[in-house]
Design a binder for this molecule. Sequence first.
Ligand code: ADP
Ligand code: MG
Length: 292
Amino acid sequence: ATPTSIMVGTGRAAEMGVLFRKGDALQMLQESGVVALDKTGTLTAGRPALTDLILAEGMDETDVLRMVAAVERNSEHPIAEAIVAAAEERGVSLPEVNSFTSITGFGVKAQIEGRDVLIGADRLMTREGLDLGDLAAHSSTLASKGKTPLYAAIDGQVAAVIAVADPIKPTTPQAIKALHSLGLKVAMITGDNQVTAEAIAEELGIDHVVAEVLPQGKVAALESLSADGGKLAFVGDGINDAPALAAADVGVAIGTGTDVAIEAADVVLMSGDLLGVVNAIDVSQQTMRNIR
Ligand code: ADP
Ligand code: MG
């Protein structure tokens, strides 16, 4: 590519709200065969809401919700915000908690009024040796609908399954179709439940899913996709995405995401949606085609 054609391409992209921070990203993007997308905040709005609360035998809904929300008030995860918001809507008052601990990629725990409260993915419950009982079937059904199921345990007894759902951004389906028409394969990388991720991928026509990825595992997940051929682009928005944004051939940050993600990226999308990625690839393909 000549410096002039790169400049023209970068300028055209900027008019569409796509900022190329590195000149060679335009060329790399044109050579991309796979676009891997972070799920939460990239494919989805990143604002989940509580949809279901299913109790184990003998549990009281308000009691479970007040304890769970009290613990989640100390977490910054979007899942935590959804649970706290649901408790507030129902006017439940939240007790004080002690010894709050966040177990990254698994969930959270704390003590309330002398009781141990644990909230998180099924792998957290399994890790603690807890029996999921009848709630496992409910959890599977919720996940197959694309909702994220979480377990709450009190004093070592699984007390409830709570589901949250994060709406898909309105432009995501259109963007995935356009990526396919530009000849790319589309993958999803997420820390979320495998079944949930597969349900969402199926709905969107996503070709490949890597789920239940721990925050420190995103780079390895990305590398597992690079065998598919061509260069690899990764799109993300969170602090957790920064290493993968730096490791990808082309790292694309959602402009409404965190500063850490933006700093690690080669390309920044000013708008919060994935049509920006489509524009970026479109411009890169046209720029490179013109100079051959
Ligand atoms: P993602 O951003 O893709 O959700 P995370 O690594 O942040 O990935 O979280 C992975 C999983 O860990 C979540 O899907 C959830 O099951 C569990 N988890 C994380 N934080 C919390 C929390 N505050 N409360 C309950 N579960 C949590
Ligand atoms: Mg995200």
